[in-house]
Ligand binder design. Structure first.
Ligand SMILES: Cc1cc2nc3c(=O)[nH]c(=O)nc-3n(C[C@H](O)[C@H](O)[C@H](O)COP(=O)(O)OP(=O)(O)OC[C@H]3O[C@@H](n4cnc5c(N)ncnc54)[C@H](O)[C@@H]3O)c2cc1C
Length: 282
């Protein structure tokens, strides 16, 4: 039984996650589809070295794909590499991801690979490149806060890969990462590259200025791309983009491991600390 602190914190976290179970995720996915927004479902949890847990996560992603199909849901999944074994056994990770990609292929669904903190960047990209050869609808997330990303983006665009561009959610050292306004400037640079050379990419941000810039670039040079935002953030903007005729996706996490994910969302948005305090007292 969770303690009172955890229960109260969960009340705040609930705006960003579907709930504890896969059923919760499917219920939220249907509601999201009704708003003409595609869903990207993620099972929370990361960095596990336990082979049994890794196998369970893999099975669960296969189950999500089945349920998306049987419930006729417009959407797909996004996986965290360290859930599937990247942190402990790269060949096993590759096998697990391949199983998921093969299953997704059968139901004509793309699969997205999240990007975690910098110790995993190289191996995440390496395995993506290897699997992309046979699964060319697979996409990968790249983070504008990392200095290496421009080079990575160019190398992925060169093989025709698909990219979800985000600012980056993990604190990284000054040596390898941009800070503050530099992140936004790099995002804009990378966004231009996507509009020049990318196809079927994802603009993953809630930042009004970056969204407006993507809309402007698209007026100049029409591309197939999707705006994606996280569950519980900027619903107004999602609805506005849908009514302007854009493809919009919502990233919907679920699972009992909601705490770390919610901490990242709080860190991004100080106002959420006030919401947290209100939820603890209200
Ligand atoms: C679809 C998707 C997938 C992602 N996948 C990854 C991934 O694989 N790896 C990774 O490192 N990161 C990922 N992220 C997270 C991303 O890196 C950023 O941490 C996150 O999107 C916040 O950055 P921002 O671009 O929205 O800009 P910010 O500068 O953080 O926010 C811009 C504006 O959005 C609103 N906003 C932002 N956050 C919140 C919030 N928590 N609550 C309320 N309002 C808010 C505010 O109006 C704010 O001014 C993903 C994000 C999205 C949208």
């Amino acid at each position: 039984m969770p303690g009172i602190g955890e229960r109260l914190l969960y009340r705040l976290a609930k705006r960003w996650i579907a709930g504890y179970t896969l059923d919760d995720a499917i219920t939220v996915a249907k509601e999201t589809n009704r708003r003409k927004i595609r869903v990207i479902i993620n099972r929370l949890g990361e960095h596990t070295p336990d082979p049994k847990r890794i196998e369970e996560y893999t099975e669960e992603y296969l189950k999500i794909i089945d349920l998306l199909q049987s419930n006729n849901i417009d959407g797909t999944i996004s996986v965290k590499p360290s859930q599937l074994g990247l942190a402990s056994d790269v060949p096993q990770y590759k096998k697990n991801l391949m199983r998921i990609l093969e299953s997704a292929d059968k139901t004509d669904r793309d699969v997205w690979v999240d990007m975690e903190n910098s110790p995993y960047t190289e191996s995440t990209i390496q395995v993506y490149r290897e699997l992309f050869e046979d699964h060319n609808r697979t996409g990968i997330c790249l983070q504008a806060n990392l200095k290496r990303t421009e080079k990575d983006l160019k190398s992925i665009l060169a093989i025709g890969g698909r990219v979800r561009l985000v600012k980056g959610a993990y604190p990284e050292s000054r040596e390898i990462s941009f800070k503050g306004a530099e992140i936004e400037a790099n995002y804009l640079r990378l966004l231009k590259l996507l509009f020049q050379e990318g196809n079927q990419f994802v603009v993953g941000t809630h930042d009004t200025k970056l969204v407006a810039e993507a809309e402007r670039l698209n007026m100049e040079d029409k591309r197939t791309f999707e705006f994606e935002m996280l569950k519980g953030i900027r619903d107004d903007l999602k609805d506005r983009l849908v009514s302007s005729g854009h493809q919009v996706g919502e990233y919907i996490p679920y699972g009992p491991e909601w705490y770390n994910y919610s901490k990242r969302r709080v860190r991004e948005r100080k106002r959420n600390i006030l919401l947290l305090l209100r939820s603890l007292t209200g």
